[in-house]
Design a protein around this ligand. Structure first.
Ligand code: F6R
Length: 624
C-alpha cells in the first residue's frame, strides 16, 4: 500500500520517478506526487488522482533536478485531497518526505511540535514525521550545511532522520530529501518494504523492484530498523542504533518486460492468460527423477524432521487464505496429517493453543502483507519453525521464514490475484504429494499424481479457450447485483475465491458457500435476480451437488455450472455450462478457478469497472 520511488543520480529525477510510479500504481492510486531538489530549493507537484494525472501536471513544469522523491497513495490518515497527497514538507521547508505506513503516536508528536511552533497543512500522520525531522535537523550542532560532498552535512541530515525514527511508533517506509542537502536522500524502513537499486552513478529507492528494474538489476533489500544514506556516488547502510551494516547486493532475475502490459488491455487478463506458464514455472525441477514425488530445495528440513510433525498450521490473508483451505484439504486427504487454517490477521491476537510438533506455513504472493508477516513472527516467537510460500523473491516474509517455496509466477501487477493463486494451489498440491509419499502414498499412486500435475499447464491452456464463451455469458449476467458461488470440499475454497474476485473488481455482492449449506440459510436469497455459480465435482459428491442445483432451480434461480467436460448434467438443469478439462483430483481446484477469474473479469468490464485498479483496494497490504 502506497508506492515510493526516490532517485539520486545524473538524470532528470522526475522522468525516472514517474516511470517507476506507474509501475507501483497497483499499491495505491488515490493521489500521487513528486518533489525534486533544484535551484537551491525544492519543487513539489502533487494532486489527487492517478499517476497519469501527475505526469500531465509535471509536463507543464520545469523539473530538471537530479534528486527527488515521489509517491502514489492509498489513503490511511486523512481523506483523498491535494493537501494530504505526498510528498509532505515541514513547515520550515527543510524536510521533504514520502511515507508508506502508519505512525501510531502521531497525535502526541503533533501536540509537542505545535508547542515548538511547527504548523500543519494536512491531516496526515506523515506531515508529523516531516516536522519532527525538521525539529531535529534544526537542533543538530553542525550549523552551516555544507555543499554536497562534505562529510559533515550528510551526518547532520542522517542524524535528524535517525533521531526522529527513535521516537516513532508504527510502521514506515520513508524517503527523505532536504533542500539544505542537495544530492542526498535518506530512506528507512520498519514494517513497510523498501529496496535500494544500485545503478551506474545513480541510486534508486523503491517499494518494489518493478519500479527500478528498468535502471538496474542490482538491489539491496532493506531490513526493518535500517537506514540508508544515498548519493549518486554511493550509499551507506546503518541501523537506528548506529551500527554499520554490510550491504548484500542481490540480482533481480526478471526484466522490465515481464511487468509490461504488452498487447493486453489489462494486467488482470494478461496474468490470467499467463497461468499455464506460471504453473510450469512452479513445477520446474521439483519432481524426483523417478517421477513419484516432489522435491523442494528451500524447506531446510529433512524427511526425518517431517516424520515428527503431527500438524501443519497454514495462515494467510484474502486469496492466499483460500489457497490455505485447499492445502488443508489436499494434505489431510493424501498425507493424512491434520491441518489447521487461520486468518493471519486473527492468529496473532487469538493466542491459539498449538501442538508441540506443529509446522507453520504462511502463503503470501507479495511477501509483504503485514498481517501475514505478524503471524509468521508470532509463530517464530513461540518457537515454531515457519515456512513461506511466496512469489516475490527477497520479500520480507521470504527472508524471515525458516525456509520456503518460491512460486516463480513472475510479477503480478493486477490488484486481483490470479496467477499467483493458481500457482499457490499447485504448490500446495505438490507439497501434499511430498508429505504423502513420506507417509502412506504408494509409488504407483505417486507416479499417477505427478503425471496428473504435469498435465496441468496444458489443461489450463485448454480451460482458457473458453474465454469467448465466458465473455458472452458475462455480458448477459452483468446486470445482476447478487451472486452465490457454491462448491464442496476442495471446491468450496474456489467458491470463496470466485465470490471474492467478483466482489473486488465489479462491486457486485457475492457469497461463497459450501453447496450443501445453502439450504441452511442462503437459499432465502435465491430468486430470478440472484444467479448461482456451481462447481460440479466428479465422484461421489456429483449427485449431491446436482440435488443442490435442483433445489435452486425449483426456486427459479439461474445456474451457471462449471463442470468437468466428461460429466453429463441432467438436461435443462443449468442455464449455462462452462466445461473444464478432466484432470487429476488434486488439480481440480486449479482448473475450476480459471472460468471464475474470466467470468469476474468480463462482468466487471461489462459494468465499466476499472479492473486493474478497483476502488478502495491496493495490492500488498502493508498496514494492519
Ligand atoms: C485478492 C487479493 C488479496 C490478497 C491478500 C494477500 O485478489 O489479491 O486478497 O490475496 O491481500 O496478499 P499477499 O498474497 O500478497 O500476502
Amino acid at each position: 500500500m502506497c508506492g515510493i520511488v526516490g532517485y539520486v543520480g545524473r538524470q532528470k529525477a522526475a522522468t525516472i520517478m514517474l516511470e517507476g510510479l506507474k509501475r507501483l500504481e497497483y499499491r495505491g492510486y488515490d493521489s500521487a506526487g513528486l518533489a525534486v531538489l533544484q535551484d537551491g530549493g525544492v519543487t513539489v507537484v502533487k494532486s489527487v488522482g492517478r499517476v497519469a494525472n501527475l505526469a500531465k501536471l509535471s509536463s507543464g513544469r520545469r523539473l530538471s533536478g537530479v534528486a527527488g522523491i515521489s509517491h502514489t497513495r492509498w489513503a490511511t490518515h486523512g481523506g483523498v485531497t491535494d493537501a494530504n497527497a505526498h510528498p509532505h514538507i515541514s513547515s520550515d521547508g527543510q524536510i521533504v518526505l514520502v511515507h508508506n505506513g502508519v505512525i501510531e503516536n502521531y497525535v502526541a508528536i503533533k501536540k509537542f511540535l505545535l508547542t515548538k511552533g511547527y504548523a500543519f497543512a494536512s491531516e496526515t500522520d506523515t506531515e508529523v514525521l516531516a516536522n519532527l525531522m525538521a525539529y531535529h535537523l534544526a537542533k543538530e550542532p553542525a550549523a552551516a550545511p555544507a555543499a554536497n560532498g562534505s562529510a559533515e552535512a550528510p551526518a547532520r541530515f542522517l542524524e535528524a532522520v535517525r533521531k526522529t525514527l527513535l521516537h516513532v511508533e508504527g510502521t514506515y517506509g520513508i524517503a527523505v530529501i532536504s533542500p539544505a542537502h542537495p544530492g542526498e536522500l535518506v530512506a528507512a524502513r520498519k514494517g513497510s518494504p523498501l529496496i535500494l537499486g544500485v545503478g551506474e552513478q545513480e541510486h534508486l529507492i523503491a517499494s518494489d523492484v518493478s519500479a527500478l528494474v528498468s535502471r538496474t538489476q542490482n538491489v539491496v533489500y532493506l531490513k526493518d530498523g535500517e537506514l540508508v544514506h544515498v548519493t549518486s556516488a554511493g550509499f551507506t547502510l546503518s541501523t537506528l542504533d548506529l551500527a554499520d551494516v554490510s550491504p548484500v547486493i542481490d540480482k533481480v532475475t526478471w526484466s522490465v518486460d515481464d511487468a509490461e502490459l504488452g498487447d493486453h488491455p489489462h494486467y488482470m487478463l494478461k496474468e490470467i492468460f499467463e497461468q499455464p506458464q506460471a504453473l510450469e514455472n512452479a513445477m520446474r525441477g521439483r519432481f524426483s527423477a523417478d517421477a513419484s514425488t516432489a522435491n523442494f530445495g528451500g524447506l531446510n528440513l529433512t524427511p526425518a524432521d517431517f516424520r515428527t510433525i503431527d500438524r501443519f498450521v497454514f495462515t494467510s490473508c484474502g486469496t492466499g487464505w483460500h489457497a490455505c483451505l485447499v492445502a488443508e484439504h489436499l494434505i489431510e486427504r493424501y498425507a493424512r496429517i491434520p491441518v489447521e487454517v487461520d486468518y493471519a490477521s486473527e492468529f496473532r491476537y487469538r493466542n491459539a493453543p498449538l501442538d508441540r510438533d506443529a509446522l507453520f506455513f504462511v502463503i503470501s504472493q507479495s511477501g509483504e502483507t503485514i498481517d501475514t508477516l505478524a503471524a509468521l513472527r508470532e509463530a517464530k516467537r513461540k518457537g515454531y519453525k515457519c515456512m513461506a510460500i511466496c512469489n516475490v523473491v527477497g520479500s520480507t516474509i521470504a527472508r524471515e521464514a525458516d525456509g520456503g517455496i518460491y512460486q516463480h509466477a513472475g510479477p503480478e501487477i493486477g490488484v486481483a490475484s490470479t496467477k499467483a493463486f493458481t500457482s499457490q494451489l499447485l504448490i500446495s498440491a505438490m507439497f501434499a504429494l511430498y508429505v504423502a509419499r513420506m507417509r502412506d502414498m504408494s509409488f504407483a499412486d505417486g507416479m499417477e499424481y505427478v503425471a496428473g500435475l504435469k498435465a496441468v499447464p496444458e489443461l489450463a491452456r485448454r480451460a482458457l479457450e473458453q474465454a469467448p464463451r465466458i465473455k458472452e455469458i458475462a455480458t448477459r449476467y452483468a446486470k445482476f447485483n447478487d451472486f452465490l458461488f457454491l462448491g464442496r470440499l476442495d471446491l468450496f475454497p474456489i467458491a470463496l475465491e470466485g465470490a471474492l474476485k467478483l466482489k473486488e473488481i465489479s462491486y457486485i455482492h457475492a457469497e461463497g458457500y459450501p453447496a450443501a449449506e445453502m439450504k441452511h440459510g442462503p437459499i432465502a436469497l435465491i430468486s430470478e435476480q440472484c444467479p448461482s455459480v456451481f462447481f460440479v465435482p466428479k465422484g461421489e459428491l456429483f449427485n449431491k451437488v446436482v440435488s443442490s442445483m435442483q433445489e435452486i432451480k425449483a426456486r427459479k434461480g439461474l445456474i451457471i455450472a462449471i463442470a468437468p467436460e466428461s460429466l453429463e448434467l441432467p438436461e435443462g438443469l443449468a442455464d449455462e455450462v462452462i466445461p473444464i478439462p478432466d484432470c487429476h483430483e488434486a488439480a481440480a481446484p486449479i482448473l475450476a478457478t480459471i472460468p471464475v477469474q474470466l467470468l469476474s473479469y468480463y462482468i466487471a468490464l461489462t459494468r465499466g469497472c476499472d479492473v486493474d485498479k478497483p476502488r478502495n483496494l491496493a495490492k500488498s497490504v502493508t498496514v494492519e
